[in-house]
Design a protein around this ligand. Structure first.
Ligand SMILES: C[S@@+](CC[C@H](N)C(=O)[O-])C[C@H]1O[C@@H](n2cnc3c(N)ncnc32)[C@H](O)[C@@H]1O
Length: 552
């Protein structure tokens, strides 16, 4: 889905985004590897195969899992560590190269010869020299310490102009650029020129255009969609005018609550960075939450390169933010204290080290296992195939320390089942079963089972739309019991599972005064109370939040 919550470059605290385009260089992606219909940004399939056997065996969940152990969790530490290491020292990010610059916590210990053998442990030596290398250009993009990047950052000014759509279009790969806002009042007013002032003041609802959908795989559709969304979001106008402004605030509020309640920092090792791994991080919509829960380190990965770039820009701006000395506003501007790094990659196909190590050599050794793996509004894309779910859970389990939490938000399979059983749907124009309302819709590709229980539990596709956010993007039903049973197989035990409405009702008293004023005010209902109502309520009720804990 949606990122109903975000997928949005703008601040999740409800403030309209600073309209500021920061030009950074292109991301030095590892070469895409095409294999059949599968295109990825990461390492070769041969390399991957060393980590994950594709042959499978039956698990307790009644499904298949990678072969090699009776319990997937039993061989986790080893599975990421049997890696042939090139003796050539990989280049590291230039953002750490300034000798006086403060280094991110994970670089404060020295690279060890056996770094690939240590996935699953944390080094506590914070006193040695950082990993450094030359090749600054290539790896300077998505590192964390924004200080040394400051010369690249164009700071927002109050009177700064909207970006020129032509420049944005030029910056976007052709396949990722939709003819924007064909539904806008006067699109001709900006095509080929800087948008006029009247156009800038209007809000333009997001609309994606993806050519030849039927011939594209899910990754290509998802990537194109979220890339387009990233480019267009800069041109849409004041975010407060979005038809899903309240819904976004509500969903952000839920994520604050989940992360606030369930990220447990490790305390036993002094000086160790508390770390969150944000899988499918989008445009960094959860960065403010990392500051809110006071972590040391954020790692974001997403398959959409434009989103990752945007997340990095957003982080950099907030890290290097200028705060006036005499600031008196209640709305305190805060500079991020935590460090962050970002990478483009497919979290459902490749091991995390394969995605991170090429750009951040030593990162696995220094930051993993992490305190929390978060996957917000994205796990449903993995349920296309059983292999993808196994790859994801393998990544989650191996990335987490004991006692660490796996926190996510997904469409509720109970909600979907109820809709089907109650026949609460209408045929769409093509005769397909569809439910939803003015804000969202779910359209099944094939006739759903009458009892609402999908068998087998993978590959059950529907197309999801959310006004101003998601345009008919394929998603897959996540039967919760299947997820729970598979998680058990990976040493992850269910701690919490609740519908969004219940989460809000139970937790908001604790969070009401702690959350940003704009976020709270952005959830005000027509009766003066706070929360979701009407169509928004049904649209957010489609989701649940879950928390698993890594036991061993
Ligand atoms: C609805 S957005 C959620 C973004 C973010 N988690 C949030 O809550 O703001 C879903 C994200 O999942 C990403 N995604 C989908 N499939 C992916 C994959 N295989 N690997 C990495 N990211 C993926 C998309 O690019 C998109 O940014």
């Amino acid at each position: 889905m949606s990122d109903p919550a975000n997928g949005d470059v703008s601040s999740d605290d409800g403030t309209p985004p600073a309209v500021n385009y920061v030009q950074i260089d292109d991301h030095p992606r590892p070469q895409p590897v095409k294999s059949g219909s599968d295109s990825t940004f990461s390492a070769s399939r041969e390399t991957s195969a060393r980590y994950e056997s594709r042959s499978t065996t039956t698990s307790r969940a009644g499904s298949r899992r990678p072969q090699g152990s009776a319990s997937p969790s039993a061989d986790l530490p080893n599975a990421f560590s049997r890696r042939e290491v090139s003796t050539a020292r990989p280049p590291s990010s230039s953002v750490y190269s300034g000798s006086n610059a403060e280094q991110p916590a994970w670089l404060k210990s020295e690279k060890t010869a056996d770094k690939y053998d240590k996935y699953g442990t944390r080094s506590s030596d914070a006193s040695r020299a950082p990993i450094q290398d030359s090749n600054e250009e290539k790896y300077s993009r998505y590192g964390s310490s924004a200080r040394s990047q400051s010369s690249r950052i164009k700071r927002p000014r109050e009177d700064e102009e909207e970006p020129n759509p032509r420049e944005l279009q030029a910056a976007a790969p052709e396949e990722d650029w939709a003819q924007p806002y064909s539904n806008a009042a006067n699109p001709a007013s900006y095509q080929g020129t800087v948008p006029n002032q009247a156009f800038q003041r209007q809000y333009h609802t997001f609309q994606s255009q993806i050519k030849d959908r039927s011939s594209k795989d899910i990754n290509s559709i998802v990537r194109s969609h979220y890339n387009q969304r990233t480019y267009q979001s800069k041109l849409q106008g004041p975010r407060t005018q979005s038809p899903i402004y309240k819904l976004r605030n509500f969903n952000n509020c839920i994520k604050y609550i989940l992360l606030g309640n369930f990220v447990k920092k490790q305390t036993e090792y002094e000086g160790k960075p508390s770390t969150i791994l944000d899988l499918c991080c989008g445009k960094g919509g959860d960065l403010n939450k990392v500051e809110f829960i006071n972590l040391d380190q954020y790692i974001g990965i997403d398959i959409s390169d434009a989103s990752v770039k945007e997340a990095f820009t957003r982080y950099s701006q907030n890290k290097a933010r200028f705060i006036p000395r005499n600031q008196t506003s209640r709305k305190q501007l805060k500079r991020y204290k935590f460090e962050a790094c970002f990478a483009t990659g497919d979290c459902f196909t490749y091991p995390i080290p394969e995605i991170l190590e090429p750009n951040f050599p030593g990162i696995i050794d220094k930051l993993f296992p992490v305190d929390c793996v978060s996957i917000q509004f994205a796990l449903h894309y993995a349920f296309e195939t059983e292999d993808k779910v196994h790859s994801l859970l393998n990544n989650v389990s191996k990335s987490l320390r004991q006692g660490g939490t796996f926190i996510g938000t997904i469409p509720s399979s109970d909600f979907i089942r109820d809709k089907i059983v109650r026949k609460d749907y209408m045929p769409d124009k093509d005769g397909k079963k569809r439910f939803g309302n003015d804000l969202y819709s779910v359209t099944f590709d094939k006739e759903p089972p009458a009892d609402g229980v999908f068998r087998p539990p993978f590959g059950n596709k529907y197309n999801y739309s959310l006004k101003d956010a998601i345009d008919d993007v394929p998603e897959y039903v996540v039967p919760f019991e299947t997820l729970r049973a598979l998680c058990e197989d990976y040493g992850l035990t269910l701690k919490y599972r609740k519908n969004f409405i219940d989460i809000f009702n139970q937790e908001i008293p604790k969070y009401f005064s702690r959350l940003n004023e704009n976020l709270i005010e952005g959830m005000k209902r027509s009766d003066g109370k706070y929360g979701a109502e009407g169509h928004e309520k049904e649209a957010v009720g489609f989701y649940i939040g879950f928390v698993f804990e890594k036991l061993a």
